[in-house]
Design a protein around this ligand. Structure first.
Ligand code: KG4
Ligand code: ZN
Length: 328
């Protein structure tokens, strides 16, 4: 079975073909970073317009790369939420239209489920059950995952997501857009501990997070002190990583599971990976990541989630109504 995956929830247009026999057979990705850079953040209207412009060509390129005719596609999976409403509508509209034209099912996929299952695309995938740490620009969650569609929320951020905190702090520090990766690179040149920042909710006794206070703490330090930007970045990254690592270990302990899966854009952070690798190895547990290219938004994870959903018996709607769920 071949599934076409479409992603347009934010500032990435992603298209991919997943073959249940051969794996990922083709994928194309267009990033809108340059388009939004001048504004210091994603401009929703510009994002939607660019998705409309790019999506048809990306689909043609993906199908050509795979060397299969359109008629070989068995189903379409598209991100239906959460995300920017106008942006989501592009993958949803395109997906439903293609499905109607080809007479195949179209499956709405939850964007976070795409991230969550993407480590299963790796060469050595984890088996169920596992704990998942989902760290993206919009969400920070710890979940217990028992199988496809069998997710239990263990804890989440009560305010900003980890990626959002990286982005907002980078902006405060006057760093280039997109802030998260730029701040992380600067952190590698500094020393944590020279500036002191809090570790929010480290000892809260639950698996929830809070990151908005960190950004405020950075703002106060910037006003009052004269710290090297690299040291500030290093301390900020260390504060976020300390909390993410401690709560992930606590989630493993609480559930009694030994496998941790990390997904979402912040999962690309090197310091987080090093600290997690070290901590779980010491405990004879294991941590799994998606390939670096699949950490941030892409069509491959949506095609893959669609294939797994179909294998579980989910059927797409026959009516091809185009609807999205921005706050899903
Ligand atoms: O999963 P993703 O691509 O999009 C969402 O679904 O939100 O995640 C994007 C987020 C952004 O906030 C970005 O700053 C953050 O991931 N990010 C990073 C790194 N690379 C991306 N944060 C910290 N360190 C990185 N290396
Ligand atoms: Zn995402």
């Amino acid at each position: 079975m071949i599934v076409l995956g479409l992603e347009s929830s934010c500032d990435e247009t992603g298209v991919a073909l997943y073959d249940t026999e051969r794996g990922l057979i083709a994928q194309q990705l267009h990033s809108q970073i340059d388009l939004h850079a001048a504004y210091g953040g994603v401009v929703p209207e510009l994002a939607s317009r660019d998705h409309v412009r790019r999506m048809p060509a990306l689909i043609r390129q993906t199908v050509a790369e795979a060397g299969v005719p359109m008629s070989a596609i068995d189903a379409v999976a598209y991100t239906a939420g959460p995300g920017l409403a106008g942006a989501l509508l592009i993958a949803a509209g395109t997906g439903q239209a293609l499905a109607a034209a080809l007479g195949i099912p179209a499956l709405p996929i939850h964007h976070l489920e795409g991230h969550l299952l993407s480590p299963l695309l790796a060469d050595e995938p984890p088996s169920f059950p596992f704990v998942a740490l989902l760290v993206s620009g919009g969400h920070t969650q710890l979940m217990r995952v028992d199988g496809v569609g069998r997710y239990a929320l263990l804890g989440e951020s009560v305010d900003d997501a980890a990626g959002e905190a990286f982005d907002k702090t980078a902006k405060l520090m006057g760093l280039d857009y997109p802030g998260g990766p730029v701040l992380a690179r600067l952190a590698d040149q500094g020393t944590a501990g020279r500036v002191k920042l809090p570790r929010p909710m480290l000892h809260s006794g639950d698996l929830n997070f809070s990151f908005s206070g960190l950004k405020t703490a950075v703002m106060t330090q910037l006003r009052n002190g004269s710290h090297a930007p690299a040291d500030m970045a290093a301390e900020f990254q260390a504060a976020v990583v300390d909390v993410l690592v401690a709560k992930s270990l606590a989630a493993l302990k609480q559930t009694g599971l030994s496998r941790l899966v990390v997904a979402g854009g912040v999962g690309a952070n090197q310091s987080l990976r090093e600290r997690l690798n070290e901590a779980v190895t010491r405990r004879r547990q294991r941590v799994y990541y998606p390939e670096p290219a699949l950490c941030t938004d892409n069509g491959a994870m949506i095609a893959f989630a669609g294939a797994l959903r179909l294998a579980e018996g989910q059927r797409g709607s026959e009516t091809h109504v185009v609807s999205v769920r921005p706050r899903w």
